[in-house]
Write a protein that binds this ligand. Structure first.
Ligand SMILES: [Zn+2]
Length: 647
């Protein structure tokens, strides 16, 4: 998780690939993407009219003023961000009422300050093209990027509305965090109640449809239900906040953080999804048939959507727990490093193993303070937020990881994911604070996953984590299936989360249609359907953390694409020639150098340029996903031959 984001920290969930989640800079020419003329203008209301004078001479005093504003902003923003991160770190590593209050106050200060600064910055928007590149970029980042890269909910101008917005946000997060499913529903004994972890475990393990349905429905009724009215009140207020800083609504505000016009970005996400849809369709087809065989026609029909409660995950966003049922070649050994970790590793040693991957690329060792200040396991006697997250608390290379490491393959991957954030922080921490961010927010989430793609069986053998590696076609297909059940199954969910919210915030869906629209999108993108009839009074989107916490989600979709694009480019730099899935860049400093050049840019350039730096491409490109999974796709097409696929 990226720390710029205080609230995002909570969203650390998104970082940890486990459990429910799955989980800027310098001086340059203007973005080159077509359509954005001279500004990465978010196709929003702002700028309208004011740009007319762009050819007129600009008052040199105004230019000087803009420079000073940017310099002052760095100081002010840094102060509130650091204060916010300190308070949030204190809270998440020691949950007390006092810490929670302090963290809420610090977060409010961040929200207020960012909203204030953006309003002030609008004054310089008409002269962006006349400013020196560094001043211009910092203003652009403030105007367009901060609002999506951080979970800011800008305050409406009316103080009453502003207070109400903050209260609703806190209530939604709290209702989610406290969510429990009890049997019977009015049970008083805590032993009869399960939190999200508890009900998730049911979905992971049970193969009895009734049990799965009770867990699914319990969580959605209880938590979604609790969110419904709060969310309906939240939407217009959040939109008022977006308007106050110059955007027509939250949807456009979120879509504007990508160095291209808002509509172009929305179209871009569709383009990427459509590149990968044929692969997803094959995986869906195969999975549906297997589940049909397992459960029969009455539970899983041969056609149409798969019921959402049978995919091993509360949101059907990753299907890894179904692997035993879906394993292509029974008994063909899968890589599992858990036994070695259990025997010969402790938490810190696992993190050191992750660090060693990065240093093998030529990166520096993590600073000494990282080892002193991090939280690697749950401290005795304290309540903490265990979801893995990565921090630079002081915005000056004060790197820390917060995680309750379990000795499992999954957590080893999560460590590599988090360290990707750390090395990004480390690469750009000297930049102005507004540019201390990923080239876009998808980049930040993608780096560690890119590295984890290099944890091939051969790599694990090199590190002594597995004794032998089976090299054959069957083992490859099994391995790819396991990966696809997480990474490919995730794609449509990652797209529809914000598709739904874009529609909601843009006002094209009325509150009484919220749930209906949610299921229309789930069917359209995921081919997943409601397991029981749902009413307009239900609110199933609210059963997902990022809706309750109002955290943008498209970054995870972008990261899911970018990690393969980065991986392909790095493998090329490393001179790899075989199939993409077999490549590991471990120990290759040519690849390391290329990655580092991109990381140290932070957000100082439009992401298109950062991407070009590494890949030679200026567009995000999902063809690398297809390259990587080529063996599995061919295999699935064989399996699905003559079947009626689609949904
Ligand atoms: Zn993350």
């Amino acid at each position: 998780m990226n720390k710029l984001a205080l609230a995002t920290l909570i969203l650390a969930a998104a970082c940890s690939k486990k459990s429910q989640e799955n989980k800027d800079p310098g001086s340059t020419p203007p973005p080159k993407d077509p359509g954005s003329a001279q500004q990465p203008a978010p196709g929003s209301a702002q700028g309208s009219g004011s740009g007319g004078g762009s050819e007129a001479a600009v008052d040199p005093k105004l230019i000087e003023e803009a420079k000073k504003f940017v310099a002052d902003t760095d100081g002010e923003l840094r102060r509130v961000l650091v204060a916010g991160a300190r308070a949030e770190w204190a809270n998440q590593t020691d949950l007390t009422d006092e810490h929670e209050k302090a963290a809420a106050a610090a977060t409010a200060a961040v929200n207020d300050t960012i909203a204030k600064l953006i309003k002030q910055a609008r004054k310089y928007e008409p002269i962006l093209g006349k400013l020196d590149p560094s001043t211009k970029r910092q203003l652009e980042a403030l105007l367009y990027i901060v609002t999506v890269a951080t979970p800011v909910a800008p305050s409406p101008d009316d103080p009453k509305q502003s207070a109400e917005l903050a209260t609703l946000a806190a209530e939604m997060t709290s209702a989610y965090g406290k969510g429990k499913v009890c049997t019977p529903p009015d049970a008083k004994d805590p032993k009869q109640c399960k939190d999200l972890d508890g009900v998730s475990k049911v979905l992971q393990k049970t193969r009895k449809p009734d049990e799965a349905l009770a867990a699914w429905k319990g969580w959605h009724d209880k938590v979604g239900g609790a969110e419904r009215d709060l969310f309906a009140k939240y939407v217009p207020l959040a939109n008022a906040g977006a308007k106050a800083i110059g955007f027509p609504n939250v949807a456009v505000m979120w879509q504007s953080g990508y160095d291209m016009p808002a509509e172009a970005f929305a179209a871009e996400t569709d383009r990427l999804w459509n590149q990968m849809k044929p692969l997803y369709d094959q995986l869906h087809c195969y999975t549906r048939r297997k589940l049909n065989t397992l459960y029969g026609d009455a539970v899983v029909a041969k056609q149409g959507p798969i019921p959402a409660h049978l995919l091993g995950n509360m949101w059907a966003q990753s299907w890894g727990y179904l692997y035993p049922e879906l394993e292509p070649y029974k008994g063909e050994a899968r890589i599992d490093v858990t036994p070695v970790l259990e025997k010969s590793y402790d938490e810190k040693k696992m993190v050191e193993l992750g660090e060693a991957f990065y240093t093998s690329l030529g990166f520096e060792k993590l600073p000494k303070t990282f080892w002193e200040r991090s939280m690697f396991s749950k401290p005795p006697g304290k309540e903490v937020v265990c979801h893995a997250s990565a921090w630079d608390v002081e915005y000056n290379d004060d790197l820390r990881i917060k995680m309750c490491v379990q000795k499992t393959t999954e957590d080893l991957r999560t460590i590599h994911h988090e360290l990707g954030h750390h090395y990004y922080f480390h690469a750009y921490y000297k930049l102005p604070v507004v540019l201390q961010a990923g080239a876009n927010d998808g980049f930040h989430e993608a780096i560690g996953d890119t590295i984890a793609l290099s944890m091939t069986p051969e790599y694990l053998k090199t590190k002594g984590l597995v004794a032998t590696v089976t090299q054959n076609e069957k083992a490859t297909i099994n391995q790819q299936m396991r990966t696809a059940l997480d990474k490919i199954a995730f794609l449509p969910f990652a797209v529809l989360m914000d598709r739904w919210r874009w529609d909601v915030f843009a006002g094209t869906v009325a509150p009484d249609k919220y749930n209906e629209h949610w299921w229309a999108l789930r069917k359209k993108y995921q081919g997943v359907g409601e397991p029981v009839a749902r009413a307009a009074t239900d609110f199933d989107p609210g059963a997902k953390y990022h809706i309750a916490s109002n955290t943008p989600y498209m970054r995870y979709f972008l990261a899911a694409v970018l990690q393969f694009q980065f991986h392909r480019a790095l493998c090329k730099k490393a001179g790899h020639t075989g199939p993409l899935h077999a490549c590991s860049i471990y120990d290759n400093t040519d690849a390391g150098k290329a990655l580092w050049s991109m990381l140290q840019l932070g957000a100082s350039k439009p992401w298109q340029e950062a991407l070009f730096e590494l890949t030679g491409q200026k567009e995000m490109d999902a063809s690398a996903v297809l390259d990587y999974f080529a063996p599995l796709k061919t295999w699935l097409e064989g399996e699905n031959k003559n079947q009626a696929c689609g949904f």
